[in-house]
Ligand binder design. Structure first.
Ligand code: ADP
Ligand code: MG
Length: 209
């Protein structure tokens, strides 16, 4: 299997949101997915509990927690059994993050689209570079028809990062489905959200191919 780590020092950038939505898109494509939460805040675990209550057990979707330091051991172990391992991380940047970055086939870095959020991104980009792991920056919470997304994307590219062509819009569906233990793709009324997540997933897979 492949390991994807979602990291960004800024809280609220959409790490957990992207992690679970990528997991659901991969799962819907028929892949088995193991989620690993290394954030003591445990949002991903809460999402998973909601999901279990709504949908019951699912052998193709696994959840476990790990310390930051245990992340590489844990995900190497899981990748023997699952097609994808997705590691969620806490909103901070220090050497504890290194194992989760080192082990990743791809590091996804969500940026809530603003200049301030992009400035906060330099740390994780540096750390990932030192661990020699490829990075894909994803612009999240984009407001349609504003110049800001194009500006932030351009600045992100100047930092030397690969920036996903697919941008994720600011949509209440993301907040709503997170609380229900769902991915946006499972929410009947949200075709646009599902389409952008599917496109992002395809782009991510192409990057890792
Ligand atoms: P992080 O894990 O980086 O701290 P979260 O994924 O928990 O960030 O997101 C923080 C909050 O922002 C959550 O309430 C989440 O539902 C909301 N959110 C994240 N991405 C989006 C989006 N694209 N549109 C609307 N709300 C979003
Ligand atoms: Mg989180």
């Amino acid at each position: 299997g492949r390991i994807i780590t979602v990291a960004q020092q800024k809280g609220g950038s959409g790490k957990t949101t992207l992690a679970v939505n990528l997991a659901i898109c991969l799962h819907r494509m028929g892949h088995s997915v193991a989620l690993v939460d290394t954030d003591p805040q445990g949002s991903m675990g809460r999402w998973f509990i909601e999901r279990m209550e709504a949908r019951g057990e699912d052998e193709a979707l696994d959840f476990s927690t790990s310390s930051a330091w245990g992340a590489s051991y844990e995900s190497e172990k899981l990748k023997k059994r699952f097609d994808f391992v997705i590691v969620d991380t806490p909103p901070k940047i220090d050497s504890d993050l290194r194992p989760a970055l080192r082990v990743a086939d791809l590091v996804i870095v969500p940026v809530a689209t603003s200049h301030v959020d992009l400035w906060a991104t330099e740390g994780v980009l540096d750390l990932a570079r030192r661990e020699k792991s490829p990075v894909m920056v994803v612009l999240n919470r984009v407001r349609p028809n504003t110049r800001l997304a194009a500006e932030v994307a351009e600045k992100a590219a100047e930092l030397g990062a690969m920036v996903a062509d697919t941008q994720i819009a600011n949509r209440v569906a993301y907040a709503e489905t997170l609380g229900q233990g769902l991915g946006v793709a499972e929410h009947a009324r949200n075709g646009a959200a599902r389409d952008e997540m599917d496109t992002l997933t395809a782009e991510m897979l192409a990057t890792m191919a």
